[in-house]
Design a protein around this ligand. Structure first.
Ligand code: GLC
Length: 554
């Protein structure tokens, strides 16, 4: 039984309770509303829901400024509702992971309040202080242009405190054993309420050394093993999915050589290079990123995504590459953010072109790892650039043509639903797409179903195939005597691409199309010649035997 490693062949769907569905009509989404939409998510093929922060918070960074780790923000419901929610997911065979934001707290957290006002408090040493302004106070900011420094003066404490992010997010002194113990307690608490793990926020900063003496922060990787062990002692198959936008040469430090540290990380390297390839049609950087991030322990898994709740961070591309992506997908300065990213949803970035959207998601579903969707992606939702910074892509889910897109009965919710234009709820919503067999939603549902039936992508070894064209990318997966081959054309013209399918132990070189009837036979020279539409894609199973019989179940 391979079910223990459930995260390997999962479909993860990220949502924030506050913008998903409002049941009580106060204008803010809640757990009751979310529970009414579980059948929808199950029908889409989602196996795991990732909840963004829902704990009490002043809400100055979309909930990533937590003021109580052991509760539910009353706006969203109660702890009782939360327990009902995890139970309801369990009933439907869906798992829940939640954000774990422990690099910092809100400055309104009682720990920080006590720490700043009472030097004798045990919480004083839970944060990172300095008697004078550190000379590097202006360096290392995460949000350039918005955030001024990483150290701020606190009038109560009459000292400077360290904050990697905004000044209202004081960093926890994560090297302090008491802080570490509390962190484990927080994990244990939510595990007890039925979650299957955590999307851990800002991991490189959590494990970094912090303080006035630190010139260059050093990652304390051993901490990761402590988190992992604790979690697995409590709940054998619980996971941590790390947000760690790091260079490939440190990937194994995060996973652990034997897989003893974190089981999952988002593949930011692949994400940025995917966008470069989508923008230019040059597949080389995508191939390089795949090879660079290939080494990982057998139990470890990448989280593969296109867009998330933050800006599309292009900070790891070269300046020229970044400029090329900006030119194609975010030409207006207002679409860009922090000098490195794009604050748009995917559908408007691709000008709503259904062919390119299908290409992008087909690719995401067939890259090595577990796909992570963002709510609204499945209907091609747009963004609202009038909202500040990253808020542009965090508008309410568009359910129907009813007022406020069916998200709430409240006439003026604090976060407005996108209305009017090509992406307004009147045109882009679940109800209309559900009724249309050719809608993007129904396409996505079919693709997700097929993806779940192709565990080779999650479990197998992959090889980038040589093709006759640089704008066509072909990837083959091998697992348990089965092979699957995925081809994507990034060019805007129809073309014929030639390639060898590679090793196949049956000796049968037929390619069975998994999505339609046009199969492919190798020519006399042993090569396939596949005709692709502009932005066309194919998923094949290699070999002519009845693939359904040979398909391996997990
Ligand atoms: C992570 C989150 C981001 C948040 C930051 C600070 O990067 O994804 O939304 O602002 O951490 O918690």
């Amino acid at each position: 039984m391979l079910n223990d490693l459930w995260y390997k062949n999962a479909i993860i769907y990220c949502l924030s309770v506050g913008t998903f569905m409002d049941a009580n009509g106060d204008g803010v989404g809640d757990f009751q509303g979310l529970m009414r939409r579980l059948a929808y998510l199950q029908g889409l093929g989602v196996t795991t829901i990732w909840l963004m922060p829902f704990q009490p918070s002043p809400g100055r960074d979309n909930g990533y400024d937590v003021s109580d780790y052991y509760n539910v923000d009353p706006k969203y419901g109660t702890l009782g509702d939360f327990a009902e929610f995890t139970h309801a997911c369990d009933e439907r065979g869906m798992r829940v992971i939640i954000d774990l934001v422990v690099n910092h707290t809100s400055d309104q957290h009682p720990w920080f309040k006590e720490a700043r006002s009472d030097p004798a408090s045990k919480y004083r040493d839970w944060y990172v202080w300095s008697d004078s302004q550190p000379s590097n106070a202006k360096s290392g900011v995460v949000f350039p242009g918005v955030q001024k420094s990483t150290w701020s003066f606190d009038k109560r404490a009459k000292r400077w405190y360290f904050h990697r992010f905004y000044d209202f997010q004081p960093d926890l002194n994560t090297s302090n054993p008491y802080v570490q113990a509390e962190l484990l307690k927080i994990m244990g608490f939510w595990i007890q309420l039925g979650v299957s793990g955590f999307r851990m926020d800002a991991v490189p900063f959590v494990i970094a050394t912090k303080g006035t003496k630190v010139r260059r922060p050093v990652e304390q990787y051993d901490m990761l093993r402590t988190f992992r062990e604790f979690l697995q002692w409590r709940e054998g198959d619980a996971i941590i999915l790390a947000e760690a936008n790091v260079m490939p040469d440190t990937d194994l430090e995060y996973f652990g050589d034997e897989g003893e540290r974190l089981p999952m990380m988002f593949n930011f390297q692949l994400n940025q290079n995917t966008f470069y390839t989508l923008a230019t049609g040059d597949t080389n950087p995508l191939k390089k990123a795949l090879i660079a991030t290939k080494p990982r322990p057998p139990t470890a898994q990448w989280g593969v995504f296109l867009r998330n709740h933050d800006e599309l961070d292009l900070g790891r591309l070269t300046p020229d590459q970044r400029a090329a992506v900006f030119a194609e997908f975010a030409p207006e300065p207002d679409m860009q953010l922090y000098g490195r990213g794009i604050r748009r949803r995917l559908a408007p970035m691709l000008a709503g072109d259904r062919r390119r959207l299908e290409l992008a998601y087909s690719l995401m579903l067939t890259l090595p790892g577990t796909p992570v969707f963002r709510y609204g992606d499945e209907i091609g939702m747009g963004d609202d650039l009038r909202r500040h910074e990253r808020e542009s892509t965090r508008t309410p889910m568009q359910w129907s043509t009813e007022q406020q897109g069916g998200f709430t009965k409240h006439p003026k919710p604090p976060v407005r639903v996108i209305s009017g234009g090509a992406y307004g709820f009147e045109r882009v919503n679940v109800a209309s797409q559900r009724r249309d067999p050719n809608s993007f939603l129904n396409w996505m549902e079919r693709m997700i179903r097929m993806r779940r039936e192709v565990p080779e992508i999650s479990w197998g070894d992959f090889e980038v195939l040589r093709t006759s064209r640089n704008d066509v990318f072909a990837l083959r997966y091998d697992w348990r005597n089965n092979s699957v081959l995925c081809v994507h054309n990034f060019g805007d013209e129809a073309c014929t691409v030639r390639f060898r399918s590679g090793y196949n132990e049956t000796g049968d070189d037929r390619l069975i199309n998994l999505l339609s009837d046009d199969h492919s036979h190798a020519g006399d020279d042993g090569r396939h010649a596949v005709v692709l539409e502009p932005y066309g894609y194919r998923w094949y199973r290699v070999g002519g035997l009845d693939y359904l019989l040979r398909r391996t179940e997990v």
